[in-house]
Structures are given as structure tokens and as C-alpha cells.
Design a protein around this ligand. Structure first.
Ligand SMILES: C[S@@+](CC[C@H](N)C(=O)[O-])C[C@H]1O[C@@H](n2cnc3c(N)ncnc32)[C@H](O)[C@@H]1O
Length: 298
């Protein structure tokens, strides 16, 4: 027969084990997936956003940044990479607006000295501009008539996700300046689509305003337009998320002297099996740009 002492010891050990299991279960539950509810009537916001794309005049957004602006807001190395392209290489600008950056690349304006410095003065790559709405100007039409559709193509009428890979082909450089990356309601799919259009060794250059910065220099209490949270609803930096993408090398810089925390991002494609960790949209408020909240899959 076990003594009272050994029974008490056995009971205490069992109780301690149960307690440990309970504590672990509670901790696990705390960190498990709290799937955030999707905002009701989110479709109304998408409809509103489509109207914003098509708005013209005073209520519209900036859609005519030239190549010198691209050089300022894109990560270091963009201009050099553009300058190294050969005449059979290809540059895709997603969310090109009026396509002013491409116009400057082909025919720098007299007043745009820095545009001439970006992209070099040698051979010009073939370019494709994508915009949801057609914002081609007279200048675009004139230049496209001179250089030909093969070198200056402009595609509009749909979002990036609606093009097949065959339709667009592959590119050495892809840019996005306050375009699809800032506006999309499906962040991971957008990045995956863009990267699927890149040749291995090519790079995607982009910029994201009002977002939590990788280097943590954003001020406490900053209001973000693009928010990313993990499965337990804890904030995640966009760069940390992107750095989990297979077959890429991601580098992030902080825009200097910006009004809002702005991240400059370069994603180089290093092999073909690109896989971007999935994001789910939970909130979207139309605007230029819109406010978005995404939650990562567990
Ligand atoms: C604010 S304008 C920027 C234009 C130009 N990049 C500039 O800086 O002047 C936004 C552009 O992104 C385009 N856009 C937004 N989401 C897009 C998407 N998912 N696919 C293609 N274009 C998109 C719009 O149609 C528009 O041309």
C-alpha cells in the first residue's frame, strides 16, 4: 500500500503537470488565429474606388510624375538598373497614369535634367505602361507614333490581375509609383502577379506611403493607411512580411523628409518558385490612396 506521503507527492506532481498543460493551452489559444471580421458592405468601397480611378480634374489624383520624380521616390539603384537595360529588355510600369516617366525616358524634356540622368542615354528598353483608366495625353500619342507600339505600349481598361502572363510577357524591371501596390485590395496576390512577370535576376521597385517602417523611425501614434497584422492581430511591418517571400531578396529604405512614413521597396527575383505569404483583406476605405487593413494567414 502506498504511504500517505507518496500519495500526496504523486497527486502534487500530477496537479503540477495539469497546471502546466492548462497554462500552455491558454497561451496557445491567446496566440491562435483570431480571424478578423471582414468589414460589412466592403463592395461599396470597391465601387467608390473604381469611380476615383476615373475621376478627372480637381478631384483626381496625381498621375503625371516624370522620371525625375520616379528617381526620387524609388529605391536607390533604380536609375542605374534602368540605364543598364538593353534594347531587347523590357520595363513595365504598373499604375503608370499618363506614362510621363516613360515619355521622359524616351525623350527627356529640356527642363528635366535629372530625368536624362535616370535611365542613361544609351539604348532604350521596350516599355509597357498599365493603368486602369486610359490617361494617355497628346504627347504620349505623338511619341508612341514615332517610337512605335512595340517600344511604348500603353494598356488600360483593367487591373493588373486581369492580364494573363502571356498577354504581358516578362520584364527585367517593374516599377509601381503610387499605383497598384498602394491601391490593391489583394496585396499578396498583387505582389505574386507582379513577380510572376519578372525575369529571374530582375527587380520590382515600389513605394508605399503611410506604413509602419522597417527601421522603426516612424513616430509613436502615427496613423497608417496600409496596416498589416498577423494571425493574432499583432502589427506586422510590410517589409518583414515581404522578406518571407520565397525566391526573392527584399531591401527596404525609408524616404527622407517625407510627410508620412514612406517605405521604398526593392524586390529582386532570384529563382522561379516565388511564393508570397497570403494576406486577407479585412478593411478597405476608398480614397486616393485608400485605407487598407490586411491580416496574414496563420
Ligand atoms: C496615383 S496614380 C499614379 C500614376 C503614376 N505612377 C504617377 O506617379 O504619376 C495611380 C495609377 O495606378 C493605377 N492603378 C491602381 N491600381 C491598379 C491595378 N491594380 N492595376 C493597374 N493599375 C492600377 C491607376 O489606374 C493609375 O494609373
Amino acid at each position: 500500500m502506498p504511504s500517505i506521503k507518496s500519495s500526496v507527492r504523486a497527486w502534487t506532481t500530477t496537479a503540477a503537470r495539469v497546471a502546466v498543460v492548462i497554462v500552455m493551452a491558454v497561451q496557445l489559444l491567446g496566440a491562435s488565429w483570431v480571424k478578423e471580421p471582414v468589414q460589412p458592405r466592403i463592395d461599396e468601397q470597391f465601387d467608390k474606388q473604381e469611380k476615383i480611378y476615373r475621376r478627372r480634374g480637381a478631384g483626381s489624383y496625381t498621375a503625371n510624375r516624370g522620371l525625375s520624380s520616379y528617381a526620387e521616390v524609388l529605391p536607390t539603384g533604380f536609375c542605374d538598373a534602368l540605364g543598364r537595360l538593353g534594347s531587347s529588355d523590357r520595363w513595365l510600369d504598373i499604375g503608370a497614369g499618363e506614362g510621363q516617366a516613360i515619355l521622359d525616358y524616351y525623350a527627356p524634356r529640356a527642363d528635366a535634367a535629372s530625368a536624362a540622368k535616370c535611365g542613361g542615354s544609351g539604348h532604350k528598353a521596350r516599355t509597357v505602361a498599365i493603368s486602369i483608366e486610359d490617361r494617355r495625353t497628346d504627347r504620349w500619342q505623338q511619341q508612341a507614333a514615332i517610337f512605335g507600339d512595340d517600344r511604348m505600349q500603353y494598356l488600360s481598361g483593367k487591373h493588373l490581375r486581369h492580364y494573363s502572363r502571356e498577354e504581358l510577357g516578362k520584364f527585367q524591371i517593374i516599377t509601381d509609383v503610387y499605383g497598384g501596390f498602394t491601391y490593391t485590395e489583394d496585396l499578396s496576390r498583387f505582389v505574386e502577379n507582379a513577380l510572376s512577370l519578372l525575369e529571374i535576376g530582375g527587380a520590382f521597385y515600389t513605394v508605399l506611403p503611410a506604413v509602419q517602417l522597417e527601421d522603426g523611425t516612424d513616430k509613436l501614434g502615427t496613423w497608417y493607411r496600409t496596416e498589416l497584422v498577423d494571425a493574432a492581430s499583432r502589427p506586422v511591418k510590410v517589409c518583414s512580411w515581404l522578406k518571407q517571400t520565397a525566391c526573392t531578396k527584399v531591401s527596404c529604405e525609408t524616404m527622407k523628409d517625407a510627410d508620412e512614413p514612406t517605405q521604398l521597396i526593392k524586390i529582386a527575383k532570384v529563382c522561379s518558385d516565388v511564393s508570397v505569404p497570403r494576406t486577407n483583406l479585412v478593411e478597405y476605405a476608398a480614397g486616393s490612396p485608400p485605407n487598407r487593413r490586411f491580416q496574414l494567414d496563420p
